[in-house]
Design a protein around this ligand. Structure first.
Ligand code: UN1
Length: 478
């Protein structure tokens, strides 16, 4: 008896039709469950329900919202092992990574429970004597959330929790391949006491369910994390409609390793940043830019370290890297490995699928020695594939780090305060890491990038208030 994951509209569970399997990428013979997809009319019902629920919810007591979010956070934390297991089976990251992500989702709900009670405002004297000016924040309205598959608990959490905290109502469309985690969030929110219509979950494909959501005239704002082409298409639609939009898209994040770095630490940063979570993070360290003086030594240590990693069933203890999340992503990864070879990059490690006891999308961690112009060094792959690039010195490494259309995160491994300080100032990225992997961020501070990586205000932390509220300026004469 497999589990059936449903949509949630106006406080009701909706089965949908055309049920599909919720695949387990580590064991294709044993799906996690199944799910039904909605049609455009059902998506419209969800948006209408969110619009109908908005007036009461937007004026609800911040304490009520804080209590609901806090209950949701507590339940997620209490059930993090079980939720982590579902995540690992559905998305493929290892069980410790998955439990860590579940815990992060719980902490995010708790953080925004507190923020509901701290909605900021200002009061100033007017330029006109006897007049006061108040600046307050009000909910932006009905928020559409389109989330990716790679963090199926944490990314929805960091979009849903602030949306609800600031008094918005929500229609959430998760990625198709992770309906179970999305269902779990809806189930927890219902139990936490979210009123009918305030939070809605719509399952299905982007081209049908996503399009119906974005095309609905009652939507006020849209937050999206996903690929650059989808993001750009959404931006055009948002511009035509005057929709407020926030987007987090791709990355091709550099990790610079200088000759003065602690090389053991640098190798750990590179392995974690490039390969953990199977490299499927927009923050992945996919360009390892290494100063010439330590390049050969670093390459040799990376090869030795990669040889010790175990690829396999994410639920099994001792496994470092789970499967690629889907057949489509595996095809992309393998095709980039082919492109790397064809363009003359030198394969230093991996490059092949891995046989395991079950049939799944297993791929070896793959390292190429590449030149900056190679496509594998320029385009986001979103898999366990990294490009090692040689730099003459610090200035050259910085120039290479910035030579990309993306600007999400940039990292440097160095023991030099001067270089670390210079890099923090001159890296063209929204986030900078010193002696840390580019991936793996805190839940209470802003997240986001520059250039083609991001658009609109930052997510997470107190900065989330920018997107999820709109400012009102009120003048009062005594
Ligand atoms: C992290 O690196 O901890 O899609 C989070 C992504 C990012 C989240 C990364 N939005 O990979």
């Amino acid at each position: 008896m497999t589990r059936q994951f449903k949509s949630y509209i106006d406080g009701q569970w909706v089965a949908g039709s055309d049920g599909a399997d919720d695949e387990n990428p580590a064991d294709l013979a044993a799906p996690v469950g199944s799910y039904g997809v909605l049609d455009a009319a059902q998506v419209a019902q969800a948006v209408d329900a969110a619009a109908a629920a908005l007036p009461a919810w937007s004026l609800s007591s911040p304490q009520q919202r804080a209590d609901i979010l806090d209950r949701a956070g507590s339940e997620i934390l209490a059930r993090k092992e079980e939720l982590g297991r579902l995540l690992a089976m559905e998305e493929g990251k290892t069980l410790p990574e998955s439990i860590g992500e579940a815990a992060r989702a719980g902490q995010i709900f708790k953080f925004f429970a507190g923020e509901a009670l701290r909605i900021p405002g200002e009061k100033l004297a007017s330029t006109r004597p006897g007049v006061d000016v108040e600046i307050t924040r009000e909910p932006v309205g009905v928020v559409g959330i389109i989330a990716p598959w790679n963090f199926p608990l944490a990314i929805p959490a960091w979009k849903i929790a602030p949306a609800l905290a600031y008094g918005n109502t929500v229609v959430f469309k998760p990625a198709e391949i992770v309906p179970g985690c999305a269902w779990a969030i809806a189930d927890i929110l219902e139990r936490a006491g979210v009123p009918a219509g305030v939070f809605n979950l719509v399952l299905g494909a982007g081209r049908t369910v996503g399009a119906a959501l974005v095309g609905h005239g009652r939507l006020d704002a849209l937050t999206f994390t996903g690929s650059v082409p989808t993001g750009r298409a959404l931006l055009r639609q948002a511009a035509e409609r005057g929709l407020k939009i926030q987007m987090e898209m791709g990355g091709k994040n550099p990790l610079v390793v200088l000759a003065d770095a602690d090389l053991d630490q640098a190798v750990e940063c590179a392995v974690n940043g490039a390969y953990f979570s199977t490299g499927q993070r927009c923050t992945a360290s996919s360009r390892l830019i290494v100063e010439n003086a330590v390049y050969d030594e670093f390459a040799a240590r990376m090869q030795a370290r990669l040889a010790k990693l175990t690829v396999g069933d994410p639920l099994q203890a001792g496994v470092d890297i789970g499967p690629v999340a889907s057949a489509a992503q595996l095809d992309t990864d393998l095709s980039y490995i082919g492109i790397g070879r064809d363009e003359g990059a030198e394969l230093l490690f991996g490059g092949e699928r891995v046989e395991c006891a079950t049939q799944g999308h297993f791929l070896a961690p793959t390292l190429f020695a590449a030149r900056p112009e190679h496509r594998i060094a320029r385009e986001e792959i979103f898999g366990p594939v990294a490009a090692l690039i040689r730099a003459d010195d610090y200035e050259h490494a910085l120039a290479l780090a910035n030579d990309t259309e993306f600007g999400l995160c940039a990292g440097i491994c160095t023991t030099s305060l001067r270089h670390a300080t210079h890099f923090k100032r001159h890296a063209q990225a929204g986030m900078v890491m010193v002696n840390l992997p580019t991936a793996g961020v805190d839940p209470h501070v802003p997240f986001g990038g520059r250039k083609a990586s991001s658009y609109g205000p930052r997510e997470q932390g107190r900065h989330a208030v920018e997107f999820y509220t709109t400012v009102k300026t009120a003048y009062t004469a005594a």
